[in-house]
Design a protein around this ligand. Structure first.
Ligand SMILES: Cc1ncc(C[n+]2csc(CCOP(=O)(O)OP(=O)(O)O)c2C)c(N)n1
Ligand SMILES: [Mg+2]
Length: 397
């Protein structure tokens, strides 16, 4: 497993990736003190946003939240490894990726609150909307990558415009047939795509040991796709491996597969109770490998971090959490009928029938309560929150 920072923060040399970190002789040093402090700040910011989102869900302001706690280095490393023109295809837990790509964190909350279908312009930010269907990221990414080949922006030798795709998915999703099919297409067409799996040890309650008998990274080798297993709690190892893979892909060298070994510190989502299936000793063991702490120790060893900087990051993170809180309360509820509007580009008989059915459903409440306002007839967010809490307490019907 590739590691550039050991858990105590010591930098360990690597025969190939050191050159990538140093900018391959012509670019900026990816491990300059300024950049390292930047990664640290990023990780502190997204952790605070994540904790705030969890609180907002508990307050009934979000329907659900999928926490990325513990996966900050994997996501900030991979996000910053991509170049501006690259296209990223995320899952639903990619908050650090979104941050690194410049997506405002409250955009993420819109979908989890159910007030938008996506939340950002995928073309402008070169980052696809979150996708919950497991494994669907892979064929979308390979298709996009094959399109890039046909657009002539692969292997021209221009690093500023040659483009690659980063497909993100979890250890569990890697068992989906779509991922295997995508490996076939990517290898056959030598598509400029890097498959990046965050092996966070769990797929809800199923451990990675059930998904695979060999290290996940080995899976792609039968397709002739080179792979590497990196320490996913080491921001520099992830950064170097993903930058290297994407640059090879954009240069026309074909696909790569990267497994980042990390840990999902929280439950699967706010609807899950991880204590039912994993021991707290495991959580404690991984807490000692905390990715933020590791980078901080490294910066301390270099003498490049002081209390003032740490305090400023914490303050900014607190401000970000407050902003999220503020934005949530400013989000307007959408027209419930809007969900039928963009299902298809043109009218569709089934969608039309469903729309009519829903109109009739809403009308029932108007008859009963004599209330003219259809929105008030749907259960309120507070009522939903009460029901969710009851379900979490095991009071299911
Ligand atoms: C095709 C499909 N099957 C099942 C689900 C339900 N589901 C949502 S997340 C999840 C576990 C995914 O685990 P993993 O791929 O390891 O990603 P992680 O949640 O750990 O980030 C499952 C089974 C789904 N979203 N899509
Ligand atoms: Mg997983």
């Amino acid at each position: 497993m590739v590691q550039l920072l050991s858990p105590d923060g010591t930098r360990t040399p690597h025969p190939e990736l050191d050159a990538v970190i140093a900018g391959n002789g012509g670019e900026d040093d990816l491990a300059s003190p300024e950049r390292l402090r930047g990664y640290y700040r990023d990780m502190v910011m997204i952790r605070a946003a994540d904790l705030e989102a969890t609180s907002l869900q508990r307050q009934g302001q979000l329907g659900l939240w999928a926490s990325a706690l513990g996966q900050e280095a994997a996501q900030i490393g991979a996000g910053h490894a991509s170049r501006e023109q690259d296209y990223l295809v995320p899952t639903y837990r990619e908050h650090g990726i979104a941050w690194a790509r410049g997506i405002e964190p409250w955009r993420l909350l819109e979908s989890f609150r159910g007030v938008s279908h996506g939340g950002w312009d995928p073309n402008a930010l070169r980052t696809h909307p979150y996708m919950i269907v497991l494994g669907s990221q892979a064929p979308h990414a390979v298709g996009y990558a094959m399109g890039l080949q046909r657009d002539g922006v692969v292997g021209t030798g221009k690093k500023e415009t040659d483009t690659a795709v980063l497909a993100l998915f979890g250890d569990g999703a890697s068992s989906e047939g779509e991922v295997s099919e995508s490996f076939t297409f990517a290898a056959s067409f030598q598509a400029p795509v890097v498959f990046f799996t965050q092996n966070n040890q769990w797929a809800i309650s199923v451990p990675t040991s059930v998904q695979t008998r060999v290290p996940l990274a080995q899976r792609s080798r039968g397709w002739g796709i080179p792979s590497v297993r990196v320490d996913g709690n080491d921001v520099l190892a992830v950064l170097a491996a993903v930058r290297d893979g994407l640059d090879a892909a954009r240069a026309g060298e074909g696909p790569r597969f990267i497994e980042a070994v990390t840990y999902r510190m929280a439950a699967h989502t706010t609807s899950d109770d991880a204590s039912r299936y994993r021991p707290s000793s495991e959580e404690e063991e991984w807490a000692a490998k905390d990715p933020i702490l590791r980078l901080r120790r490294h910066l301390e060893q270099l003498g490049e971090i002081d209390e003032e900087f740490v305090a400023r990051c914490d303050e900014e993170a607190h401000d970000l959490a407050m902003q999220l809180h503020h934005h949530i309360h400013g989000m307007e509820d959408p027209d419930p009928l809007g969900m039928f509007t963009h299902a298809y580009a043109e009218p569709h008989p089934i969608v039309e029938a469903e729309r009519e059915q829903y109109l009739e459903y809403i009308a029932q409440f108007e008859d009963e309560g004599g209330d003219e306002n259809a929105d008030d007839a749907t259960p309120s967010r507070d009522q939903n929150a009460e029901q969710d809490t009851a379900e979490q307490n095991g009071e299911r019907a």
